[in-house]
Design a protein around this ligand. Structure first.
Ligand code: ATP
Length: 259
């Protein structure tokens, strides 16, 4: 579904050149949930922006469902970390969720159905008439997720979507994403700083090197498909996997310190 080949991104300007992504190659199969982790500043956001067609790569290609990405691909939705900036404060919740459906040209009745279904799926059926600023941070992030799933994307990119919410809400949102993914069969690429979150959520974790970035390891997560916050996180295999990812990231950081 998602094919990244030899992707490079170098930022230039103001007399400064930053080689953010050196050579990234990986694929994500249709319906997979893949998490991406790496040291801070290793180019995770740069990579997602290139996949989402929001930033032109300096080299290499991104293909979504066989079509090369040259601008935002039609079947893709993105959820960013900063929910406060991703919702329009002057629009009620339902209008925020409906906006991309209008741009997609869907008829009014279908738009209404999708808005109602997606708000119910994130547990916010009663919030359609509220303004985003009347909701808590976790609820606003749920609205952003509802907007993404209402669009019925084939690919969902998430860039540290839970970084700004409290630990309890974060655990609820993680379970929400796994539940939606299992139900909707959407392909998910999920970027996170949080090693435990990556192992808990993913079927697979891609560990990136420090910038200039390459894939350091492609790790299958062989935990059972049914996961829950208490038992999965207490399982010995979970601890082994998180320790392994942690060691890889520490090694990636040491390799920058040594270079
Ligand atoms: N617009 C830009 N112009 C110049 N350099 C940039 C720009 N955006 C990012 N960079 C540089 O590219 C590198 C990768 O940044 P990026 O934000 O993609 O990393 P990240 O892994 O998402 O970071 P973090 O984990 O801290 O969120 C960094 O060195 C950053 O300074």
């Amino acid at each position: 579904m998602l094919d990244v080949k030899g992707l490079k991104k170098t930022y230039t300007g103001d007399g400064r050149t930053v080689e953010a992504v050196r050579d990234l190659t990986f694929t994500v199969a249709d319906g997979d949930l893949t998490c991406l982790v790496g040291p801070s500043g290793c180019g995770k956001t740069t990579l997602l922006k290139c996949i989402a067609g929001l930033l032109p790569p300096s080299g290499g290609t991104v293909t979504v469902d066989g079509t090369p990405v040259t601008g935002p691909p039609p079947g893709m939705a993105v959820v960013f970390q900063e929910y406060g900036r991703s919702l329009f404060p002057w629009m009620r919740v339902a209008a925020n969720v409906e906006l991309p459906l209008r741009q997609k040209g869907l008829p009014r009745e279908r738009r209404r159905e999708l808005v109602a279904e997606s708000l119910a799926a994130v547990g916010l059926a009663d919030a359609h008439g509220a303004y985003p600023w009347q909701l808590s941070g976790g609820m606003q992030q749920r609205v952003a997720i509802a907007r993404a799933i209402a669009y019925e994307p084939r690919v969902l990119l998430m860039d540290e979507p839970f970084a700004a919410v409290d630990a309890q809400t974060r655990a609820d949102l993680e379970d929400l994403i796994r539940g939606l993914w299992q139900r909707l069969g959407v392909t998910v690429l999920f970027v996170t700083h949080d090693i435990d979150e990556a192992v808990y959520l993913g079927q697979r974790v891609l560990i990136l090197s420090a910038s200039p970035t390459v894939v350091r390891e492609d790790l299958p997560i062989d935990l059972p498909a049914e996961r829950d916050q208490l038992h999965t996180r207490a399982a010995p295999r979970f601890t082994e996997l998180r320790t392994h990812v942690y060691e890889q990231i520490q090694a990636a950081k040491r390799s920058i310190a040594a270079s």
